[in-house]
Design a protein around this ligand. Sequence first.
Ligand SMILES: *[C@@H]1O[C@H](CO)[C@@H](O)[C@H](O)[C@H]1NC(C)=O
Length: 426
Amino acid sequence: MKFYLISVLCLIFVNTIFAADEVSYTGTWSASQYFNGDLPDIDLQNNTLRQFLRVSIPGEEIRFHFSNLYGKEELELKSVHVAKSGGQGTGKILVDTDTEITFNGKSAVTIPAYSEVISDTLPFAISTFDELAITIYYGKIPEDFTGHAGSRTRSFIELGNAVSKETFTDEHSFVRWYTIAAIDVVDNEKKYEALLCYGDSITDGRGSTNDKQNRWPDVLAEKLQSNPATQHIAVLNGGIGATTLYGESTPKSPTGLGRFEKDVAEQTNVKYMIVLYGVNDILFNGIDAKTLINAYKELIKKAHAIGITIYGSPILPFKTQADYTEEKNEVKETVNAWIKNTPASEGGFDAVIDLASVVADPNDEMVFNPDLCDNDGLHPNYLGHNAMGNVADLSLFMDKEDTEQANVDKKINKKVIVKCKAVKKY
Ligand SMILES: *[C@@H]1O[C@H](CO)[C@@H](O)[C@H](O)[C@H]1NC(C)=O
């Protein structure tokens, strides 16, 4: 109750500030957060973690979102730096770009339990597809750690405070992300809009190449940037491995419906989304077609309610996956027919982006093409990711409609966190 009152006061305060300074942002990178039980072999407490990511749109000024969403205790970041990467898969930064990230002017920030913070906005110029290193010197950490296991990029730990060290060795390294949730660029001219790719491990990049940034959403981002008419589209990754669209949403495995507010609505300036969900619902949860279709309808309604254009893909083929049955395949075919044939006026997607046909075996469309598959009948390999990332018709992202009111509402919401120095509790 107390927290609620405080946040209302902040909102009023912030509303006034917002009208005066009118800062607009668009997301350039994101990773959806969940409870990450798998901690590094060496304690993060009092040590320094360096993590790498690739942004999708450029900017002159940027800000960072850090997450302790599932922590039952507070998380202390004692010092946080950003720099340009010194090489894919290395622990190296370009030292002349090493810059401190601050929080209300301070080096350290304590993120309360179940909360996230946004940093100050810094002058730090980034170009399209720059790879950045974010280096965090941790103080106290909670037992339940928040992060994103499917980083597909290598992260590195050095003992003590090493935030400005040029090269981290790979003695303590692993392919996971912790704490880093999103990056926004200042977009006062409202040049940009974000496209969020929403789904499970396939969207998260399983089967792509570590450190090569070749998940299907990355390939799509490159395609969008190669065309002047779609260079205003940022691509955010909203994939979480081993998740379903429908069902019980838990911190370890939040569902597509359950995490919509956090991972779609509250991302910065999302105008489009592409949904590739459902294979885990069918293969591992035994969902029926009607329930899954209703879940899609609910997701579509949620997106439309906040002015997001939502595209859907049919579920990819899985006949050679170990849990395949004919019944499950029939559910998939029923759902895919609904996805492909239901217009938005009847509760369907705004358009279909068919990521399935392109990875189907030419001899049997129920089978994942073995040449494009990561050996499990279910996930694309890097060639499959490449094929999927090249499917979309770019004209789907050229219609710059006026969704300003929805965007303004979202920005005010975000601003609460910054100006009140605090936090949003979930
Ligand atoms: C981290 O540093 C604090 C303050 O110096 C100390 O109390 C704590 O025991 C240290 N934790 C570890 C795991 O070394």
